[in-house]
Ligand binder design. Structure first.
Ligand code: GLY
Length: 406
């Protein structure tokens, strides 16, 4: 018989909001074991992001920094964009990692300014948007009203659940699709798991596990790479097509997609303790780290299968997401395997914090990392800074700190 992995009272009570809730104690209050790579990078990020905050505060409305424009200037997007939660999320991580209360005001300001997004129905991205902002805010301040925002957002996301296919529909019915689901959607499940814990409503949890199970079945190839887009018949659940939108080819392994999958299945294991999710995450890690096209510095090219790969741009955002996921994964496996995952994550963090990937102070539109690729086939955002690369880099630093200072 299938083991029931619905939340038990013990699972609901255990742990805390977001992995890495291991400790929300500010860095300054910790002992002296904090690795120089953490303190040096956090100090730099704090200085760089302060410059961005100073710029942002000159606007009356709430802009959302995303990347650079063609002139090399800071480019903003609207709060309806999938990336809008990353800037507030970055401010929360700085508040946590520096222990400096000066970050609280902007973190609250840019988080609360996006409250209306709890009703966002344009696509599935509400998980990224609300959880990076309000989720981190709740974890660090225990502001009760943030719970309502998170649960409402989970209800909004649940409207995209298609019971016939057992998945959350990612995008509208463009390009002749009926029910397109992209691998990125795994990241939205965190919002649903937490909403069940906060509200006691297990429907969010059931949707999350159904989506994870269907994605495991239909997105993954025998080599454990994944497709970017799977289009389902929303009524029968039959797969209509498997294609790409941001990758090199339908059959290729788009780098950030592999990272979303790794992170997504790791978080599914965090909540459910279902070993099939752990195995999935480990198998994805194996695909990434045994790939012949992964460069020595562990920062992938934007797609693992693009021809003439050495001439192609990297995607530092994929590496940052991978490092953050690996720190968490390292805590769920045996000692030897855990050490290996942590070592890989450490190497990625070292590389991202080196001059090869980290910008100079005051440069790069005040973003931290260079060399990310948003959508090469677009083409858009090729070899640029991206707000989410910075967010996951900082999250990786926080997870490393918590692991090493337990
Ligand atoms: N979720 C959109 C992306 O990864 O580009």
């Amino acid at each position: 018989m299938m083991k029931n992995f619905l939340p038990t009272a013990a699972v609901l009570a255990a742990g805390s909001l977001l992995w890495g809730g291991l400790s929300s104690e500010p860095a300054s209050a910790k002992n002296r074991k904090i690795a120089p790579v953490i303190t040096e990078n956090v100090d730099f990020v704090a200085q760089q992001v302060q410059l961005m905050v100073d710029t942002m505060d000159t606007f009356k409305n709430i802009p959302s920094p995303r990347t650079l424009n063609e002139k090399g200037q800071l480019a903003f997007t609207t709060l309806d964009d999938w990336t809008s939660g990353f800037f507030p999320g970055t401010l929360w991580y700085l508040y946590e990692l520096t222990g400096d209360s000066k970050w609280l005001k902007p973190a609250v300001h840019y988080t609360e300014g996006m409250e209306r997004i709890k009703y966002y129905r344009g696509n599935h991205d509400i998980g990224f948007m609300i959880f990076c902002s309000f989720g981190n805010g709740l974890r660090l301040t225990e502001k009760e009203p943030y719970k309502e925002v998170i649960v409402t957002a989970a209800r909004t996301l649940s409207e995209r659940y298609r019971p016939g296919a057992g998945v959350i529909q990612s995008w509208p019915q463009w390009r002749g699709w009926d029910c397109p689901v992209i691998i990125d959607n795994m990241m939205n499940l965190e919002l649903l798991f937490e909403a069940t814990r906060m509200s006691g409503d297990s429907s969010f949890w059931k949707i999350a596990t159904s989506h994870a199970d269907q994605t495991m079945k239909h997105h993954y190839r025998p080599d454990m790479s994944c497709y970017h887009v799977v289009d389902y018949d929303s009524k029968t659940g039959e797969v209509r097509s498997r294609v790409t939108a941001q990758g090199y080819a339908d059959s290729s392994a788009w780098a950030r997609g592999q990272a979303w999958g790794l992170y997504g299945y790791t978080l599914c294991y965090r909540y459910t303790h279902d070993p099939k999710y752990l195995k999935q995450a480990e198998d994805i890690a194996k695909f990434i780290f045994t790939n012949k096209n992964l460069p020595e510095d562990l920062i992938p090219y934007w797609d693992y299968d693009v021809p003439n790969i050495e001439r192609e741009p990297r995607d530092a955002s994929a590496a940052a997401v991978t490092a953050s996921a690996l720190y968490e994964l390292s805590t769920y496996v045996g000692r030897k395997q855990g050490k290996m995952y942590k070592k890989l994550a450490d190497r990625i963090v070292e590389t991202l914090g080196s001059p090869a990937y980290r910008a100079e102070l005051g440069e790069n539109g005040y973003f931290v990392l260079m060399h990310s690729t948003g959508n090469k086939p677009g083409p858009s955002e090729v070899d640029v800074p991206l707000v989410y690369a910075d967010y996951y880099f900082l999250e990786a630093l926080k997870r490393k700190r918590d692991l090493e200072n337990k």
